[in-house]
Design a protein around this ligand. Structure first.
Ligand code: XMP
Length: 311
């Protein structure tokens, strides 16, 4: 594939589609939305509004880091705090697909308001080939696959979608991002799902439970930074396990599963062979730094039969 030609073609196409109108792009901090945004900015300049929906489900320090990285590229990012809306929508839900649907509906409703304010007619999305394939196969409802929510028709969100990366897989997206001048921190970054940490909390998603998993993800990312792997993160399970506090008292605490996988394009994956020393360090830090965790597990399951995330 000629990536430079791909960029030229997409920029021309976005320009043609949007014409003299306006478009909006929603950044999530992940690779795909970052690349789609830079591509659209190259095509549209000031006619592209870039928003970041701070849904409370992001990795640690994400809103600040995204804003400053994009400012360096000359792209202004408007951060919209909508944490309350997302936690209200997710309240009481434990079923994975119910959670995904609640996230998706809240995402597009919130975005719909931002679109109206910006007067945009087009929404730029970082949907990639794997998202579409998995959703169509019925594996899981990826939040950004628009065919299934009838974005142009039934629900009348009032905008059409532009999805320049829809035919690409993750490795291609990274190359395009690099050619577009995105810093390595972004184009080499581990994938992060649109529904954010909600995919890493099994059972109900509450601010308290997200806080726990956010810390676990941060520890796993830090301790695996030296590995070249596709994705690594922590997951808060719905179950609990008996343990002992430092004072020797019985505690019935949380269980964190650690997931690290090698993969080319997310369609299949194998568990990464982390060293015993790395696994031990992760376990020690999790129980020490996250109060109430009484068990840490390492997930050995490949995809298939498992998927990469837990919901
Ligand atoms: P699974 O769990 O399906 O994940 O094996 C495959 C890849 O996709 C990411 N993922 C998502 N990305 N929206 C996204 O943008 C989603 O709803 C979503 N669900 C999973 C996951 O992190 C992995 O890289």
């Amino acid at each position: 594939m000629d990536y430079r030609k791909f960029i030229t073609r997409q920029v021309a196409e976005i320009k043609k589609t949007v014409g003299k109108g306006k478009a909006i792009s929603a950044l999530s901090g992940g690779v795909d939305s970052a690349v789609a945004t830079v591509l659209a900015h190259k095509a549209l300049g000031k006619n592209l509004t870039v928003v970041f929906l701070d849904d409370g489900l992001m990795r640690q320090d994400e809103p600040t880091e995204v804003r400053s990285a994009f400012a360096k590229l000359g792209i202004k990012v408007k951060v919209i705090n909508c944490q309350k809306n997302f936690f209200a929508a997710l309240k009481g839900l434990a079923d994975p697909e119910d959670k995904r649907k609640a996230f998706r509906d809240t995402f597009y409703k919130t975005l719909g308001k931002a679109v109206k304010q910006s007067k945009a007619m087009f929404l730029v999305q970082g949907t990639i080939a794997a998202d579409v394939i998995e959703t169509k196969k019925g594996v899981k409802s990826q939040h950004n696959v628009l065919e299934q929510i009838g974005i142009d028709s039934k629900k009348g969100y009032g905008f059409s979608a532009i999805e320049p990366l829809k035919k690409l897989f993750k490795p291609d997206v990274r190359i395009v991002g690099k050619l577009l001048g995105l810093p390595a921190k972004f184009h080499q970054r581990m994938p992060f799902p649109g529904p954010g940490l909600a995919t890493r909390v099994v059972g109900e998603v509450t601010p308290e439970r997200v806080k726990i998993v956010r810390k676990a993800c941060k520890i796993v990312e830090e301790e695996t930074a030296k590995y070249k792997m596709f994705q690594a993160f922590g997951v808060l399970l719905a179950d609990r396990a008996t343990g002992l506090t430092s004072g020797g008292r019985r505690a019935f605490g949380n269980i964190i599963a650690v997931r690290a996988v090698d993969s080319k394009n997310a369609m299949t994956a194998t568990p990464t062979k982390l060293t015993w020393a790395t696994l031990t360090k992760i376990q020690q830090r999790i129980v020490k730094e996250i109060p109430g965790v009484t068990k840490v597990l390492y997930d050995l399951t490949p995809k298939p039969p498992s998927t990469i995330e837990y919901i």
